[in-house]
Design a protein around this ligand. Structure first.
Ligand code: PLA
Length: 443
């Protein structure tokens, strides 16, 4: 027999109302005394969550019907025609996979071995002794976000109370990731609005002041949202301070190849730290550089001082991953492994990446030129050119950013960030008008 409580769930609203009336009727006869609140949801106390500050922008964009609308919110590369772009090396790798008729069985918890090898080599350089010495623990993750989350869980479990220091500002999701993993965090100064540049002294003194043994989260290249990276000399000083304070560097590498167009140049910060013999954490993502956004492919790497420590760390990362999502998806991992493992495809990838990075640089220049041509004041807009990567941190405040969206239908994050990867040369003039109007007419 079906229990009464299960039967309740199968009833429609109308049925429930009838039932409630029937129960009241029985109650009024004094035959039954129980109160059944069947028309009240058990989820009544759950309030509506706010839209995500980045991905929520795309939702609002989709709902807008204006013909000039422009989505510069999320960092996703578009063609000059503003269409999503699938790299031709990705299509070739997928064709190869189809021809080979590859299986779809579960991967091991740590992911595809060929991917893990390729990703560590891409990060450190194939001939890096760390790889030969097996001092790197690499586990395939659910893209950059999932990899950061695994590392956060590792910190929470094995470094209780340790703090993560994140840059101010940083990618919006960093705080969520550490909050959800219950890892305490605080900020170090990074951006100086007066110079629209790096507050290097502030950054160094905050890293120095952090409790010994803190994790220092660093953007490997193309800092999000500012587009401002330390110089090679500044990276050396940052490494000095981290070493002095016995901190642990934790790199987020979400844009390797996208900042400069070169995979090696964009990994130079990580390699500089690794070459000093430091232990470090590195989360990687293939969302942008291979355009594999929805495949959710990335990795967490932990460089350790011994092969033995690396083996133990890897075993614990697997232990964390298993109850979270069991094992990672195979498709994107195979694409990366095929592209990196085939010299012809690898070279073609580098060419396509240069092309993408080049298109972003050219709209950056065009936007700057258009703004300068229209703005008759003395304002120096050159910071737009100095910033690197996908984004430009315009310096527009919240009200001005709102004006960009409400009046001009330009969708962007409320911190004033625009994704140049979603801009075409044809829309630069329009965007320049929107920025100038918002900057001068809204305070
Ligand atoms: N780290 C940084 C610094 C990022 O900017 C992003 C993506 C990620 C990690 C995670 O990307 P992944 O999980 O897809 O690998 N930032 C985007 C998208 C491009 C987003 O917010 O999810 C952004 O628009 O900022």
């Amino acid at each position: 027999m079906i229990p009464f409580s299960s039967y309740l769930y199968t009833m429609g609203n109308f049925d429930l109302q009838i039932l409630v009336i029937f129960i009241y009727f029985l109650q009024s006869l004094g035959r039954i005394t129980m109160a059944v609140a069947v028309d009240v949801s058990r989820f009544e106390s759950i309030t509506m969550a706010p839209p995500d500050p980045i991905l929520g922008v795309s939702e609002a964009f989709r709902a807008d019907t204006h013909e000039m609308k422009l989505n510069l919110g999320v960092g996703a590369y578009r063609t000059e025609e503003l269409r999503p772009y699938v790299l031709s090396v990705v299509k070739k790798a997928e064709n190869l996979m189809l021809e080979r008729g590859e299986f779809k069985e579960y991967l091991p918890i740590e992911g595809l071995a060929a991917f893990n090898k390729a990703t560590a080599e891409l990060l450190l350089g194939a001939d890096n002794p760390i790889i030969k010495q097996q001092r790197i623990a690499t586990v395939q993750g659910l893209s950059g976000t999932g990899s950061l989350r695994l590392a956060a869980a590792l910190i929470e479990r094995y470094f209780p109370g340790a703090k993560v220091l994140i840059s101010s500002p940083t990618w919006g999701n960093h705080k969520n990731i550490f909050n959800d993993a219950r890892v305490p965090w605080s900020e170090y100064r990074y951006y100086d609005p007066k110079t629209v540049g790096l507050d290097f002294d502030g950054m160094i003194s905050d890293i120095k002041a952090a409790p010994e043994g803190s994790f220092i989260l660093l953007h490997g290249c193309a800092h999000n949202p500012t587009g401002i990276d330390p110089t090679p000399e500044q990276w050396e000083v940052i490494a000095d301070v981290i070493q002095e304070k016995n901190h642990i560097p934790f790199f987020d590498v979400a844009y390797q190849g996208f900042a400069s167009g070169s995979l090696d140049a964009d990994a130079s910060s990580v390699r500089l730290f690794a070459a000093r013999g430091m232990e470090l954490l590195v989360a990687q993502s293939y969302s942008k550089n291979l355009g594999l956004y929805a495949e959710r492919i990335g990795a967490i790497n932990v460089v350790c001082s011994s092969a033995d420590a690396a083996a133990r760390v890897k075993s614990q990362l697997k232990r964390i991953a298993r109850p979270m999502y069991s094992n990672p998806p195979i498709h994107g991992a195979r694409i990366v492994a095929n592209v990196v493992g085939d010299p012809a495809l690898f070279n073609e990838w580098k060419e396509e990446m240069e092309l993408m990075a080049g298109r972003i640089k050219s709209v950056r220049q065009k936007l700057y030129d258009s703004i300068c041509a229209k703005d008759k004041s003395e304002k120096d807009w050159s910071y737009i050119l100095k910033q690197i990567g996908m984004f430009s941190f315009t310096g527009l405040n919240r009200a001005q950013s709102d004006n960009m969206t409400d009046k001009w239908h330009v969708y962007m994050t409320k911190d004033g960030r625009i994704s140049l990867a979603g801009l075409s040369a044809a829309k630069c003039e329009y965007l320049a008008d929107a920025i100038i109007d918002s900057f001068y007419n809204v305070s």
